[in-house]
Design a protein around this ligand. Sequence first.
Ligand code: BGC
Ligand code: ZN
Length: 366
Amino acid sequence: MKAVAVYPGKAHSIHLEDIPYPDINSIPDGRGVLVKVLKVGVDATDAEINEALYGNAPEGSDFLVLGHECFGVVEQVGAAVRHVKPGDYVTCTVRRPGDSIFDRIGRSDITTEETYYERGINLLHGYLTEYFVDDMEYIIKVPESLKHLHVLCEPASVAYKAVDEAIHAQRRLQVWEPRTAFVLGSGQIGLLTTMILRLRGIRTFTIARSEAPNLKAEIAEAMGATYVSTRKKSLAELAAQVGKPDLIIESTGHSGVAFEAMEVLNLNGALVWTSITGGDRRIEIPSDKINLQWVLGNKLMLGSVNSNFRHFEKAIADLGFAESMFPGVLQRILTHPVDGLDNYRKVMELLEDSSALKVYVNVAEG
Ligand code: BGC
Ligand code: ZN
């Protein structure tokens, strides 16, 4: 089968590999699911892997098959599989468990092991190929009515987890009613986080660099958020105008912004960092001031990465809810399809084009 791969550690090494067709019996006890890949989304993580800033090949392989945002159709299931059947549309989680207690309770997304295993990213091959096999535990059904949102399931699950972690952590306060949220960044994570917050009635400001009018601003506003360009207004100016946010979800990919966000959070607020920053940027910060404000304001900061099957299920439910609340809006995120695995160079070109909101590969019809 064809597969799009890189040589990790070697920049711009994207190429086609020929890999064997997967065997459903490689998963023991009849738990295997064979999936025909239909679409695979790519994101900044794939760009960083191709830049050799991130990611590792599986043990014994010199290449890594890319792709971690998948959408496909079930081709065959093992005898123990009940929740999906051939013909069902599905997506699949990214991380696979290690040995920590969190891994053992289905929470590999919060593993305490330094080495983590992620399909298409770290130590495991990804989905940018024709078929794959995995354990039924990692396969999530996607209703046919949401087929048109395909590759948004994985990023939506990452956004869902970020908000959910903040809600769990804020139980420390006994009562927490976030009224105002800042979402930093208007890429797919920023827009899907905006969706999740707006579905819960939270006053949301989606904040990014580019000036409106633009597609990202239109999508955010169609979900009832207010779009703000940092070229027009700094975070501090916005907070002075509309009030300090109780919740900030940072997803710009820029570590400087992650620290700047610390200066505008409300008392008792929560700041969630989600950007994966493989570079080595350094900035200067007013550390005494931030330290003082954070202690006096009982503020919380947490990092959130990845998502497990439960986050996928909830995120898919939210995609369905959003389709009734904001009909037709989410599909506008899916801006840049590329046809066929052979066109992998085009994929990387588009990833570098900042006007491309979402790049994905049409692998097969179905
Ligand atoms: C993926 C996550 C993954 C993270 C870190 C993101 O792009 O969507 O599933 O955990 O990268 O590798
Ligand atoms: Zn990703």
